[in-house]
Ligand binder design. Sequence first.
Ligand SMILES: Cc1ncc(COP(=O)(O)O)c(C=O)c1O
Length: 301
Amino acid sequence: MKKYQTIEDTIGATPLVRLQRIPGDAGEPRGNVILAKLEGNNPAGSVKDRAASSMIRQAEARGEIKPGDTLIEATSGNTGIALAMTAAVRGYKMILIMPDNLSVERRASMTAYGAELILTPAKEGGMEYARDLADKMQADGKGKVLDQFANADNPLAHIETTGPELWQQTDGQITHFVSAMGTTGTIMGVGQYLRSKNSAIQVVGAQPAEGSQIPGIRKWPEAYQPKIYQPKQVDQFELISQDEAETMARRLAAEEGIFGGISSAGALVAATRVAAQVSNATIVFIVCDRGDRYLSTGVFN
Ligand SMILES: Cc1ncc(COP(=O)(O)O)c(C=O)c1O
């Protein structure tokens, strides 16, 4: 019998598309191209499908977990949805802990995949509080925490898949890689792979400016910096205001027909800043997820 793909097999191999209008004078006139890697095309709708599948598959391969076990994760959203999908495919129970101020679409998607949700009061400290609670539940024997912030299988997903895809899709022409930074799994993994192919490739990280809220990404306080994060692997940091990211998210949809999330647009703001400074560059930014995930926030109204 023909062996058909599972839904998990369809993770990755996402399209890379050229922006036509937003780069403006920083684009073609300077010999630059800005390319969007459409991670919203993954089956559970974000770049996190790669990391979630990698963390569960690798833990399973090492014999640390087996189907039927309970997994626990503190997540700001996309990882939770991706883990809930992968847990459903592989037969795990999934408990997700998230601050109660994150969008309703995210919560509903997680429960649709059968995950149990624990909402923590955002005013108690947001993700830091959620992460502490996950650790406590694991200590109490309630399940295994995958800990995307410290789990090497998170960046590994990008060393094994996203990085090689970008190298191939650009025929090795990529000069700049731009990503929003949450757990930093994407930027660490893709950066490491691309540098192994060409050490001149510049890795640019987008972070929210002081006082700005951009879902999924953070400029972490020192004590909570992800363990997988190695600051030296990032050549350039760009601080993006919430207003810049939201305005760009609307432009990306209306001017390019790419309906991405707010952090994706933040990465594009960083990519356009880079483009204005360089020439003959092939600049790739990650569209982490789709705009539909943010409709209830009113940002596209
Ligand atoms: C919307 C969104 N953007 C960006 C990121 C950042 O990805 P990474 O965790 O790989 O740094 C995330 C991660 O959770 C996310 O959910």
